[in-house]
Write a protein that binds this ligand. Structure first.
Ligand code: N7H
Length: 498
């Protein structure tokens, strides 16, 4: 049976994070690295530990609120320091540890090939030279990366301190067994933007629940996926597109999960400017008196257009349930904010191409065979500073910011890579609609080699959903990434260390 103590915490539960460091490395001396990896295991946050910590944080918050309400100012400032550690390896990293033949037993072509090889098919920007495609990525991601150490915590200080501690584990007599490739840090946004990504939309509302009895019960509208959609070697870990056909996996892959990492910078002022330029002018504006008594905070035309791109208002309220105006109560009510299904072949309430409809087409496709195998566990974090007043005035990005996207899935060709290629980048998805949906406005990438493939969508205007809107650019452009494997704890301590 599956045990939470055997699985890395970020996979099934998610590590608690205000700040997160991704430390990408190469293994320089595999012989020295292996026993050191064994020493790292006690530092790793397992799924049962992560569950306990989540509960501790909840209790802490409740207590703090009570104390604040009672007027205790000192307690209000109290912080809870929880630091998490996880580790994952690329195919090249596994080759260093167990040799090429054994590493290949994992039986996942996209993982074995690495993300750089998948970049062209993902429609990342890049250069073609004969048969060779080099994505326009940051230099670090063009290098060989063997693994990534994830460190999460409540402050940059505590995660940096932990990273130093972890680096000492991989060092003996001043000699390290690993070389740094890059250390990237992400942060939850400040103040009332906490939990929102840089375009301003609340993130982390919808994730599937994995069918494990010791995990919390599903919330209304939350899909429970088979264990094997997230974990290798478990029921539901199926051959790509062949539901019910288990992939052959080696024993050592059991309870591991593939981690897809993407560095996704976002052009926020440019995105905002496009919304302003293309918002309808005939809608009640925030500054004009409001005609709807029911909606004292009627949204601006710009907010409506943005919400139709995402499928949720900035607050997180789903437009399928509240298409005309935001609803803050609905947004924060976890019993209701996921409880909706799309109206098949209709995009009046929510465009087919809206990001959350493309990524989780509830009711547009068959739930068991067409949808559930493609659900992923998202664990990303924003990076970069807040938009400055100068950037706002000039409508142009001067400081890089965006999302460090992280997803876990048992099969990359069913999970991340599929979602990007088959749904986000595919103008014809969802299929069978009378109006061509178009691309996901946020992350959809057109084929740059095909002049006929345009980045546009229908359904942006709820008065005439046949109208199409052409996007003037990509507001999210991948700057790199890699596919990793997050092994189970037994595999970390027994297989990769000998
Ligand atoms: Fe997306 N955004 O902030 O606008 N995403 N996403 N994503 N995304 C979601 O429901 C965003 C990206 C998914 O179950 C929300 O939790 C941004 C990639 C999936 O209903 C928001 C970027 C992929 C869901 C965003 C980005 C996905 C989802 C709503 C890039 C996969 C759940 C919050 C910079 C290939 C859908 C929520 C569901 C939700 C945003 C990337 C997938 C607001 C800015 C690359 C599966």
């Amino acid at each position: 049976p599956l045990e939470l103590k055997d699985i890395q915490g970020d996979v099934l539960v998610g590590l608690s994070k205000k700040t997160e460091i991704f430390h990408f490395f190469q293994i320089k001396d595999a012989k020295a690295f292996k026993p050191q990896l064994k020493n790292l295991v006690p530092h790793i946050t397992t799924a049962d530990k992560a569950t306990g910590e989540k509960e501790e944080i909840k209790r802490f918050r409740v207590q703090r609120r009570e104390k604040v309400e009672a007027g205790d100012a000192n307690t209000a400032k109290a912080a809870l320091s929880i630091v998490g550690v996880n580790i994952s390896f690329s195919h090249l990293g596994l080759v260093q540890l167990i040799g090429e033949a054994k590493a290949k037993e994992i039986n996942d072509d996209l993982f074995i090939g690495g993300q750089k090889k998948d970049a062209k098919d993902l429609h990342d920007r890049g250069k073609t030279d004969g048969d060779k495609f080099t994505p326009a990525w940051d230099a670090a991601f063009l290098k060989d990366i063997h693994g990534v150490i994830l460190i999460t915590g409540d402050s940059f200080d505590s995660v940096s301190q932990k990273l130093n501690e972890v680096k000492r584990v991989f060092s003996k007599d001043g000699v390290s067994s690993i070389t740094d490739v890059a250390t990237l840090a992400g942060d939850v946004r400040p103040g009332d933007q906490k939990g929102h990504e840089h375009f301003g939309y609340k993130d982390g509302i919808s994730n599937p629940r994995v069918d494990v009895s010791s995990l919390p019960k599903a919330l209304p509208g939350q899909t429970t996926i088979k264990q094997g959609v997230a974990l290798l070697g478990r029921p539901g870990d199926d051959v790509a597109f062949k539901v019910g056909t288990p992939v052959v996996r080696p024993k050592w892959a059991l309870d591991g999960s593939f981690l897809a990492f993407r560095k996704l910078p976002q052009l926020v002022p440019e995105f905002d400017k496009f919304l302003v330029n293309n918002a309808k002018t005939d809608v009640v504006n925030q500054s004009t008196p409001n005609v709807f008594d029911d909606f004292p905070d009627a949204p601006s035309a710009t907010d409506i257009l943005g919400a139709r791109f995402v499928g949720r208002w900035k607050s997180g309220a789903p437009i399928r349930a509240t298409p005309l105006a935001d609803d803050l109560k609905l947004a924060t009510d976890e019993l209701r904010n996921n409880k909706f299904r799309f109206n098949k072949n209709s995009q009046e309430a929510c465009p087919f191409a809206a990001h959350i409809r493309k990524m989780n087409p509830r009711k547009d496709v068959d739930q068991e065979t067409g949808l559930n195998p493609h659900l992923i566990l998202r664990r990303g974090i924003p990076f970069g500073p807040e938009v400055t007043s100068q950037e706002k005035v000039t409508n142009s990005t001067q400081h890089e910011r965006g999302l460090y996207f992280v997803s876990y899935q048992s099969n990359l060709a069913n999970g991340f890579s599929f979602l990007q290629k088959a749904w986000a980048n595919n103008s014809g998805f969802p299929i069978g609609t009378t109006i061509v949906p178009g691309l996901d406005p946020l992350i959809g990438q057109e084929d740059l080699a095909d002049p006929k493939d345009v980045r546009d969508m229908s359904g942006y205007d709820d008065d005439d959903v046949t109208k199409r809107l052409k996007f003037d650019r990509r507001w999210v452009e991948s700057k790199g990434g890699e596919y990793f494997f997050s092994p189970s704890i037994p595999t970390l301590s027994e297989v990769l260390t000998t």
